[in-house]
Design a protein around this ligand. Structure first.
Ligand SMILES: *Cc1c(COP(=O)(O)O)cnc(C)c1O
Length: 450
């Protein structure tokens, strides 16, 4: 499969190039030149993952290599179904995506991506410098997947004081020498803007072999499309999927599944008070406001990077339109694009009071503790009118957000045994101001000379 950029000014490339670079050199995001058509039926998670990855990466990696990487990626999950579906009310389901090593859905793609990365670098030679901005969960998933791998240095920037202690410790207690944690004095959007600026610095990016593993990396989207297929196969009928959304990566993976031939009733975007995507889809204006701090911090994002992919598709793959739209700070969506998006997507914003109330109500009704991101999804799902099944993506384990869960229910969710010792382990991180030159020299000083 070949890949093109949503901005149309980068050369087409293969899967490995898209994987190792993350962002296209013209500032756009990679997409396959055509969507592979996948027919899965009922099958085990690993089999579906393999079939989908072959569609995207076949040709670059032999089948048995992909098979081994998928098997290894999911061997460490604490549920053999990987993404189990549980019914919480008649026709209402949670799709549990938090059974990996760092307790959030980011592990599902990152565990595969880390292995593909190691394989690609070993084959091509050379080094990579992974740079990630995290709103809390991407960083720990990247560290769990890439810590200790040869030829890779990993720099993770989190917004200082804006993630939970469990989230921070999952990153800062990593014992590996190739992991570097930066606590940035600023918001997640500040961190993401610095990452984009460093990628735009072609001389620097080329010198250190800069690469991205957040959801701008297409391999993440590919791996996340798998659970839409397995959930639909388990239900045996098309479902409405409600997706707690920040960067629009996880919900775009649902669009990817549709474009690969999966029948999905509707994709519902659930946001917290950082409702840029709800406003874009409901009012037709995409415009970032200041990031607000909420009880669901992994979604405290105002610039939803992956919306660019949805816009590219909704415009009939019009790269000139995407280039122009992404160049400004406010996009008024043209009527045909709005209509196209409305055919697939609904959206609801949920505030903190409802998030707390939803955690309490689910606990009272089912005995289950859910995390605040999942609660945003459950609250949004309550607005959905559908006679078919409604599936909320449960994106994190409640133990990652103990303070919010306790506030809502009086209960403290227990950390799974695999994280015992987390609260005592020594931490390592550096605090930096939100300054491009500062971050650039921090990285340059820590990347071994070629
Ligand atoms: C990252 C994250 C989200 C948002 O996913 P996007 O792909 O950024 O839309 C939702 N919930 C949790 C727990 C997350 O870590």
């Amino acid at each position: 499969m070949r890949y093109l950029s949503t901005r149309g000014q980068a050369p087409e490339c293969g899967f490995t190039d898209a994987l190792l670079s993350g962002l296209a050199p013209d500032g756009g995001l990679y997409l396959p030149i055509a969507w592979p058509q996948v027919d899965v039926g009922a099958a085990a998670y690993d089999d579906v993952a393999l079939r989908i990855l072959k569609g995207f990466a076949g040709g670059d990696f032999p089948d048995d290599a992909l098979k081994a990487d998928v098997a290894a990626a999911y061997a460490g999950f604490d549920d053999p179904r990987i993404a189990p579906l549980v019914e919480i009310a008649p026709g209402r389901f949670l799709l549990e995506l938090f059974h990996g090593p760092t307790l959030a859905f980011k592990d599902i793609a990152m565990q595969v991506l880390g292995r593909l990365f190691a394989r690609a670098l070993a084959e091509r030679g050379g080094r990579a410098t992974v740079l990630a901005a995290t709103s809390g969960d991407t960083g720990s998933a990247a560290i769990a997947a890439l810590g200790g791998l040869p030829n890779i240095e990993v720099f993770v920037m989190h917004p200082l004081g804006r993630i939970t202690e469990v989230q921070r410790r999952q990153m800062t207690t990593a014992p590996h020498a190739n992991i570097h944690n930066i606590a940035l004095e600023g918001s997640f959007d500040d961190a993401q803007a610095l990452v984009k600026a460093l990628f735009a610095d072609a001389a620097f990016a080329g010198k250190v072999g800069l690469t991205a593993v957040n959801s701008i990396n297409f391999a993440r989207i590919a791996a996340q499309s798998v659970y839409y297929f397995t959930a639909t196969a388990t239900l045996g009928t098309p479902a409405t999927f409600v997706v707690p959304t920040g960067n629009f990566g996880d919900v775009f993976a649902g669009e990817a599944a549709m474009r690969m031939g999966l029948s999905i009733e509707r994709l519902v975007v659930a946001t917290n008070a950082n409702d840029i995507m709800a406003r874009a889809l409901n009012d037709g204006i995409y415009e970032a406001g200041p990031a607000r701090r909420t009880l669901s911090p992994s979604m405290d994002i105002q610039v939803a990077s992956n919306f660019e992919r949805a816009l590219f598709e909704a415009s009939g793959r019009d790269a000139a339109y995407v280039r122009e739209a992404m160049g400004g700070t406010r996009i008024a969506l043209p009527a045909p694009i709005r209509a196209d998006l409305a055919g697939r997507y609904g959206a609801h914003a949920v505030d903190d009071a409802r998030t707390l109330e939803t955690i309490a109500r689910v606990h009272a009704g089912t005995g289950r503790l859910i995390d605040p991101h999942t609660a945003v999804g459950v609250a949004a799902a309550e607005q959905v009118r559908s006679r078919g099944p409604v599936v909320v993506l449960s994106t994190a384990h409640p133990a990652k957000f103990p303070d919010v869960v306790r506030r809502a229910t009086g209960q403290i969710p227990a950390l799974p045994p695999r994280l015992s010792g987390l609260m005592e382990a020594p931490e390592k991180f550096d605090v930096l101001g939100p300054d491009l030159g500062l971050v650039r020299s921090y990285i340059a000083a820590r990347v071994p000379a070629a």
